[in-house]
Design a protein around this ligand. Structure first.
Ligand code: ADP
Ligand code: MN
Length: 179
């Protein structure tokens, strides 16, 4: 059989995409609907101090990727995690059963990022990241393309549909793998 080795608590899903695309909203809704554990990586890095200080230019922490991956390893081996982060390429490939890339139309994303207080270079670089589909390309390079799911995230209806789709996907995973 080609079943992956057991994840006692269920599949691990990476929810990624440009900042503002809806990762945290979607992940927390999916966690509530399924009982899976939501790991907001940005928060996890802050609370566990898995960074090497503050980047003034980009107003964000400089993540220590090795420390972060070490800290998450046992949890990821248990399974049943929804990992929410805008960067996808430094996690071990073996961690994830599914990789979701959320995508948002330019005008919608622009509104969300300005509402969040982004301006100048931080705003333009994130807009460019979405326009160039940087995260989707990076996900397809870092994981088997067949586990990468691109999903539109413009409206609340989109979010509801994405959560339903993923809930169904998780149910199938549970039914087809002896856990
Ligand atoms: P991310 O975690 O990817 O940065 P958030 O989940 O924090 O994004 O969402 C950013 C903002 O956009 C929030 O105010 C959220 O309510 C809103 N939002 C996200 N996704 C959607 C969506 N599909 N439809 C409507 N609003 C959304
Ligand atoms: Mn977020």
């Amino acid at each position: 059989s080609n079943r992956p080795t057991g994840r006692p608590r269920g599949p691990n899903i990476l929810v990624t995409g440009t900042p503002g695309c809806g990762k945290t909203s979607t992940s927390s809704m999916l966690a509530n609907a399924t009982g899976l554990r939501h790991i907001n990586v940005g928060e996890f890095v802050r609370t566990n101090e898995l960074h090497d200080g503050w980047d003034d230019e980009y107003s964000c922490y400089i993540v220590n990727e090795d420390k972060l991956c070490d800290e998450l390893e046992d949890t990821m081996c248990e399974g049943g995690n929804i990992v929410d982060y805008h960067i996808c390429e430094f996690f071990p490939e073996r961690w994830f059963d599914g990789v979701v890339v959320l995508q948002t139309d330019n005008s919608v994303l622009y509104e969300r990022l300005t509402a969040r207080g982004y301006s100048g270079r931080k705003l333009s670089e994130n807009m460019e990241c979405e326009i160039m589909q940087v995260v989707l390309e990076s996900a397809r390079e870092s994981y088997k393309p067949e586990i990468v799911m691109a999903m539109q995230s413009n409206t609340v209806e989109d979010m509801d549909r994405n959560v339903e789709t993923l809930k169904g996907w998780i149910d199938v995973y549970a039914r087809t793998r002896s856990v």
